[in-house]
Design a protein around this ligand. Structure first.
Ligand SMILES: [Zn+2]
Ligand SMILES: [Zn+2]
Length: 425
């Protein structure tokens, strides 16, 4: 028997009340091809019996999958007029949840052990004291007491408790906030669809929300580590975007937005990630000047914005995280260090990056409008086959004798740590 007593506040001494036990009268049953819930409650709490990728796949399929709700014959009359609604809120009973599941008070969200446990009522876990689940579905068709719906996440045989119309104006219109773990989980589940539509969607969202922290995390996925250099590249690009106006959505790597980066260091990866201008999509121009500077420009506009790190940016970083430069000297420059030094260096670099991105752009960079002279769109050129090695190459890169430069033993250029350097064939 549960008792109802406040566990905090001044009313802790209020008298107990006896729990009422309402009787649930199922009004229908759900029929579909989903046999097993993807989250099950076991000895270890919630467990996902499928990989996250499979779950995403299931969630994607839900929109297409048709479930049938067979409403009890004596309640068919209660559906009169329901076909005027496009969406319904279906309440159903998760009948496969066992007593163990109904006793859970804390769970790892979605059974993900790497996310710390949270209170059950902070989650949409199907395992709950009263496993009543709610799902907004699309009503496809009604025939008598049979409803065909899509988007229903219930398994086959689930008893339906109630059906209500979904009217969006009943729900909050203002911004809704949620814990970081939930936001991330939702992003993970939904991102595949969103990213299939627009691969930059997640970046653009982070940029529009001025969420530099997220930009840094996403950049590190390709950069490989956290460091103040890539953070500077992110900040410089964001600063440039803010001065350019509405350019964020042009960052689709189709050369409408161009970035001219003046250093091939960590900074350049921050620029590539945020601007979407990369070496591969030809929207990035590398100017071998060795400066922490980037110019952003929109094609068709001969004025761009050049953002350059202030001469004292290293002092700023040194003040924020004093241990960073001494450790960098040891680990990166002198390359004489222990495993422990390397770990400390990575930790310090991460701290420096996350601290740096909180600084005001004006304290770290100077910016100016500059005239830009952009090259034309990257040419699409013919390919030829080198008659010596048989490999395919751009015709414009062939030696006069018709072979590739390596076969002709002719000099060429390469971009390396030291910048653009000629190589003798
Ligand atoms: Zn780096
Ligand atoms: Zn060749």
């Amino acid at each position: 028997m549960s008792t109802f007593k406040e566990t905090t506040g001044k009313n802790t001494g209020s008298p107990d009340e006896t729990m009422f036990s309402p009787e649930i009268r199922p009004v229908g049953i759900i029929r579909n091809e989903i046999e097993k819930p993807f989250l099950v409650a076991g000895d270890e709490g919630l467990d996902m019996h499928k990989s996250l990728e499979k779950v995403r796949e299931e969630v994607r399929k839900l929109d297409q999958r048709i479930s049938t709700i067979i409403v009890a014959a004596d309640w068919g009359d209660a559906l009169k007029g329901i076909e005027a609604y496009s969406h319904l809120l279906v309440l159903y009973w998760a009948h496969k949840v066992n007593e163990q599941g109904r006793a859970l008070k804390r769970v790892h969200p979605m059974g993900r052990k790497e996310i710390p446990e949270v209170g059950l009522f902070c989650t949409c876990s199907p395992a709950r004291p009263n496993p009543v689940l709610a799902c907004v579905v699309r009503l496809r068709e009604r025939k008598g007491n049979i409803l065909k719906v899509s988007g229903l996440d219930a398994i086959d045989g689930s008893p339906v408790i109630d059906i209500k119309p979904y009217v969006n104006s009943w729900y909050p219109r203002e911004a809704v906030s949620m814990p970081e773990w939930m936001r991330r989980l939702m992003e993970e589940v939904n991102q595949h669809d969103r990213l299939e539509q627009n691969p930059r969607a997640s970046f653009i969202e982070a940029m529009e929300e001025r969420d530099l922290r997220r930009c840094l995390v996403k950049t590190a996925e390709i950069h490989g580590h956290y460091c103040p250099g890539s953070a500077l590249g992110i900040m410089a690009s964001m600063y440039g975007f803010s001065l350019l106006g509405d350019a964020v959505t042009c960052s689709d790597g189709l050369e409408n937005l161009m970035a001219i980066v003046e250093i091939n260091a960590c900074f350049a990866d921050g620029v590539q990630a945020v601007s979407g201008c990369t070496l591969g999509n030809n929207a990035l121009i590398y100017r071998d000047l060795g400066k922490h500077a980037v110019t952003l420009a929109i094609r068709g506009d001969d004025m761009g914005v050049r953002v350059c790190a202030r001469p004292d940016f290293r002092e700023v970083i040194g003040r924020l995280v004093p241990a960073f430069y001494p450790l960098m000297e040891k680990v990166i420059k002198n390359r004489v260090h222990t495993k422990e030094d390397e770990k400390r260096f990575k930790d310090t670099a991460r701290e420096a990056a996350f601290t740096l991105i909180k600084q005001d752009f004006e304290n770290v960079f100077s910016a100016e409008r500059v005239r830009v002279d952009l090259p034309g769109y990257a040419p699409i050129v013919d390919s030829i086959i080198c008659r010596k090695c048989g490999e395919q190459l751009m015709a414009t890169k062939a030696a006069p004798n018709g072979t590739c430069l390596t076969c002709a033993e002719k000099p060429y250029f390469q971009v390396e740590g030291g910048g653009i350097v000629p190589k003798n064939g």
